[in-house]
Ligand binder design. Structure first.
Ligand SMILES: [Zn+2]
Length: 331
């Protein structure tokens, strides 16, 4: 039946061109070829022929995750809130905030440094600290393997980078967490870098800005992770004694042990709009208290309303706000 239809089409095309040569053999001219293809398809459509070789026979996407090809990252991004496409250059220009709906995209230390430091000039502090594996931890893979893999994938040494530079001409040390490194988990390197950054601030009388973005303590380091809460809190007490300002900036998400220690200990605690800020996750809380949680629970706005935050600042105004605050306390 199908062959008959093909023959009919071939006949129609040959007739159309008024020639007896084999089909397509006279289509050397490119334009003519394209035109003929369109006519060919039109004929197929008119005859209502099912063109199986152009049809997806299996429904749904069947490519396994391993087989999927990576697209170059960061050229186009879809805004997670309004789903509109954002070009990389637009994101950079707008400090990684969606210019349609104001959604603050999740960014890492590289981007925060570029947004805040004058001309993106800074000196990284303690860049070579790397995690050990004191517990010889192993889950689906060895912790040491996971570390190496993540380091290669992200180009980072651990979930935090610290740097000293200037913002609007004023000295500032910024320690910024990276969520892409094992969920921004707080292990011994995170704690140690914060502690050393604070020592640097005390020694050089430079204010300290901590940008938190974390899923909490790093379970692969268990108690060693939890000890970082006490260590960083003690160091911050020393910073306070030295009368050096500490600004804590909470970004999406700031949870677990990070919220329970240094993130909430700022002389001022600020957050980005819409950031998830909490200790335990909403599901755990809901199951524990057996009650529905209020709307907007654990958003920066909710947390501010309940007195845990001083300000919510749009990332596009962050640099100006921070430098105005630093200027104010300096004088
Ligand atoms: Zn958007």
């Amino acid at each position: 039946m199908f062959l008959c239809q093909i023959e009919t089409i071939a006949f129609l095309i040959l007739e159309y061109h008024n020639c007896s040569l084999p089909i397509f053999s006279n289509f050397y001219d490119q334009t003519q070829t394209i035109r003929n293809f369109f006519r060919f398809f039109a004929v197929l459509k008119e005859l209502d022929i099912d063109m199986a070789w152009f049809k997806r026979e299996l429904k749904g996407i069947i490519t396994t995750t391993e087989e999927k090809k990576d697209t170059p990252e960061g050229i186009w991004n879809k805004c997670p809130q309004c789903k509109k496409p954002l070009h990389y250059s637009e994101q950079v220009e707008n400090q990684y905030v969606c210019h349609y709906c104001g959604f603050h995209l999740r960014i890492g230390s590289k981007e925060y440094f570029s947004v805040l430091f004058d001309d993106n000039e800074f000196t990284e502090l303690f860049p070579d600290l790397v995690s050990g594996d004191p517990l010889h931890f192993e889950d689906t893979k060895k912790y040491t393997d996971r570390l190496i893999e993540t380091q290669l994938k992200t180009g980072l040494k651990d979930a935090i980078r610290a740097a000293v530079g200037k913002i609007n001409g004023q000295d500032l040390v910024i320690a910024c967490m990276d969520f892409t490194f094992i969920g921004g988990s707080m292990g011994s390197v995170v704690g140690e870098k914060i502690a050393r950054s604070i020592d640097y601030c005390i020694e050089n009388k430079v204010p300290f800005l901590m940008i938190s973005k974390s899923g909490g303590a790093r379970m692969m380091e268990a108690a060693f992770s939890l000890m970082q809460m006490a260590k960083t809190s003690a160091k911050l007490a020393l910073l306070s004694q030295a009368k050096i300002p500490y600004i804590s900036l909470l970004t999406d998400p700031t949870t677990g042990g990070v919220t329970a220690s240094y993130a909430m200990l700022g002389d001022i605690n600020i957050a980005e709009p819409g950031a998830l800020i909490g200790f335990a996750g909403p599901r755990v809380i809901k199951e524990t208290i057996k009650k529905d949680l209020p709307k907007g629970f654990q958003t920066a706005e909710f947390v501010q309303e309940h007195g845990f935050l001083d300000f919510i600042v749009d990332r596009r105004e962050m640099k100006e706000e921070l430098s105005a605050f630093l200027k104010m306390i300096k004088n």
